[in-house]
Design a protein around this ligand. Structure first.
Ligand code: AMP
Ligand code: FES
Ligand code: ZN
Ligand code: ZN
Length: 337
């Protein structure tokens, strides 16, 4: 197996690209894919201040490393979710990466801890709110990502969602024809109405590629999956898509990128309808507790914290939000089941 570029020994084969690469040219390939995603979808500008949500897993550490390598000023944000050993370990990986890259790249890590700062954890919060752990977790993370990005004055919030993630979410939404979610499933969500701009620069790289990138770059990451995600529908969708991909390389990327090219616009939400949780379509106004934009008096995050018996940090002032426009869909809901 020879590298497509230099004919040296290759360490990875990429059937979808009909190519093999040596470590150096594989790293360059990953960087090119991220640059291309950034430019194709107009994700960010060179002068932007970036906040990368890092879980300690391969994707988020890879995207942080790639953005730093491309010269972006990118800090990290780690949220301790209180999921036992898993959270303790994942935080360690995020912290170690941040320490290693503090000099000379100037990366710093912002940390939020659900238990210490808000008085609840994901298993308890999920039980109290009668949500699945992944739903309570997704809701908490989305809220805290938005808040940390806006409070810290960042221009863009980055997550490590990769091609497999996006294709699996698309697959699930198509299976059930969740048209409202389909209309919002883009790798860029513009800043609006008190929400930061959110982007997914890894959409052109698969899970296997981000893991390989970490290995060839010497990035130590948490391999274990979250223990609460066992049986999660998305894992099943990923397996199904992987089987198709083996028989027909490139199907996954075609499925996702052809959707973006040819179909997503057809599902654009009607102005003035729907919101992120679809609980209560209507106007967006500041949450009575935290000031975040919401279509209900108290936002879903503050309701979750209250039900779980927690409370926001004392020093957190209610964030006044100037809403440019009342009504309309919350643009930040991650399309998901
Ligand atoms: P997941 O929802 O676990 O599939 O993760 C999707 C993305 O959310 C990751 O690639 C990270 O960018 C971000 N993320 C997940 N968990 C955390 C966490 N505990 N702290 C900060 N960011 C996270
Ligand atoms: Fe959120 Fe597992 S990381 S439930
Ligand atoms: Zn090479
Ligand atoms: Zn709130």
């Amino acid at each position: 197996m020879k590298c497509r570029v230099c004919r040296g020994p290759a360490v990875i084969d990429l059937p979808r690209h009909n190519a093999n690469f040596c470590p150096e040219h594989f790293t360059r390939f990953c960087r090119d894919q991220v640059e291309r995603a950034i430019s194709d979808f107009d994700m960010m500008q060179p002068e932007d201040r970036i906040l990368v949500a890092v879980s300690g897993g391969k994707d988020s550490l890879a995207v942080w490393d790639l953005l730093l390598g491309l010269g972006y000023a990118a800090d990290g944000l780690y949220i301790g979710l209180g999921i036992g050993d898993y959270s303790d370990t994942s935080g360690g990986y995020a912290r170690r990466f941040a320490q290693q890259h503090a000099e000379p790249r100037g990366a710093k890590l912002i940390e939020i801890d659900l238990v210490d700062d808000y008085g609840y954890d994901i298993p308890g919060g999920a039980r109290a709110a009668r949500r699945t752990p992944c739903s309570a977790c997704g809701l908490s993370k989305r809220h805290l990502f938005d808040r940390a990005a806006l409070d810290g004055g960042y221009d863009v919030l980055v997550t490590g969602h990769n091609l497999d993630d996006e294709a699996a979410v698309l697959f699930g939404n198509v299976l059930r024809w969740q048209t409202d979610y389909l209309g919002r499933q883009r790798p860029v969500l513009p800043a609006r109405d008190g929400f930061p701009r959110k982007v997914k620069p890894l959409v052109r790289l698969s899970e296997r590629e981000t893991a390989a990138y970490c290995i060839v770059s010497g990035i130590d990451y948490l391999v274990d999956e979250c223990p609460m995600s066992a049986g999660n529908k998305h894992l099943g969708y990923k397996e199904a898509l992987n089987e198709i991909e083996v028989r027909s390389p490139g199907s996954k990327a075609d499925f996702y990128f052809s959707f973006l090219r040819r179909a997503v616009d057809r599902f654009a939400p009607e102005p003035g309808t729907g919101d992120a949780d679809r609980a209560d379509p209507g106007v967006l106004a500041p949450c009575a507790r935290c000031g975040s934009p919401t279509s209900t008096e108290v936002c879903a995050f503050c309701r979750l914290v209250e039900r779980a018996g927690g409370s926001p940090p004392d020093d957190t002032p209610a964030r006044p939000v100037t809403l440019g426009r009342r009504g309309g869909p919350d643009p930040t809901g991650t399309p998901s089941p």
